[in-house]
Each structure stands twice: as C-alpha cells, then as structure tokens.
Ligand binder design. Structure first.
Ligand code: ADP
Length: 170
C-alpha cells in the first residue's frame, strides 16, 4: 500500500489545495494531509481551526485523512510509514522554493520520493495569502474556497480587526 503525505500550512485550505488532494487521492492508496503546526510565518487560524476546515473538505474522500505535526516533515512522513510527499506547483511562483526544499529533503530522507502536481489552470493564481488579503478587504471569495471557509474568514477578520491579512502570509 502506497501512503502519500501532502504537507502544508493550510491557513486556510483553498480550492487549489482541495484540487491537489482529490487528484493525489485518486493516484495513491492512502493520502494523509499533514498540517504543519508552527510554520515560519504568522498564521490567521489556530491548528484546531485549520484541522477542522480540512476535515470538512475531505469528508467525502474515503482514503484521505488529516494529521497535524511539528518538526521536520520528512520525520513526520517516516512516522506514518509514508513513501511519497505531495506538493502543488503553481506557475513560476513555487518552483524555485519547492526545488530547494526537495533537494534538502532528499539529503535528509533519500527514501521519500517527491511528487509535484501542477495546479489546475483555474487555481494558478490562488494562494492562502492572497485570499486573506481579499477577504480582509471585503472581496467575494466565490469559487476560491468552500463556503464554510469563506464564512470562517469573514468571522475571523471581523472579530479580530487587529489581525492583518498582510501579516499572516501563507
Ligand atoms: P506551505 O506553507 O507549505 O507552502 P501551503 O498551505 O501554502 O503550505 O501550501 C501547501 C502546498 O500546496 C504547497 O505545495 C503549495 O505550493 C500548494 N498549493 C497552494 N496553493 C495551490 C494552488 N492554488 N494550486 C496548486 N497547489 C497549491
């Protein structure tokens, strides 16, 4: 059985992430969405909120589950007996960073293979950080996130005006 892990901050999950999840889950026996608890960036949502939003998004996918982790992604993958790391690639913006990370991860864990899925064209300019900026400015998020994520963004940004979307990149 091939176990693949899709790691990321998911702050919050977008339709671009969900597209990658669905496509990866049709290729591998089991897909685990790994939510990185403390990435090196300021977050808008707590780990519990990020988990809950991913759980709702994957509810209909029988071979997908979600787990959170701290520390090295490759160690998390080893713990779960995974052999594949999934990442999504958008035009231009992701390649350099993903390539650098891939080479480092290969040194740390040569047994883990990286599989990058190209974004679907309708999501290529969609990122969690841009989404938060649009949400903070009151823009419509239709087609970019599930409805409950749009509602959570609206609520978070209205109840906590000090949270600046610009500060919470990712
Ligand atoms: P990270 O902090 O690890 O970059 P993200 O939650 O921002 O976490 O992204 C997780 C993964 O999903 C990354 O590989 C990122 O490139 C990919 N990704 C993000 N948005 C999209 C999108 N719109 N289409 C395809 N892949 C995406």
């Amino acid at each position: 059985m091939t176990v693949a892990i899709y790691p990321g901050s998911f702050d919050p999950i977008t339709n671009g992430h969900l597209d990658v999840i669905k496509r990866a889950s049709s290729v591998f026996d089991k897909l685990i969405v790994g939510i990185y608890e403390n990435p090196d960036k300021q977050l808008l949502f707590t780990i519990e909120e990020r988990i809950a939003m991913v759980e709702e998004a994957i509810a209909n996918l029988r071979n997908v589950c979600v787990k959170s982790y701290r520390g090295l992604t490759v160690e998390f993958i080893h713990k779960l007996k995974g052999t594949i790391m999934i990442r999504g690639l958008r035009a231009n913006s992701d390649f350099e960073r993903e390539f650098e990370m891939a080479l480092m991860n290969k040194k740390l864990a040569p047994d883990i293979e990286l599989v990058c899925l190209m974004t679907s064209s309708q999501y290529q300019f969609l990122s969690s950080s841009l989404l938060k900026e649009v949400a903070a400015l009151g823009g419509r998020l239709e087609g970019m996130v599930p409805k409950y994520v749009a509602a959570a963004l609206k609520k978070k940004l209205s109840t906590n005006p000090r949270v600046s979307a610009r500060k919470s990149r990712g």
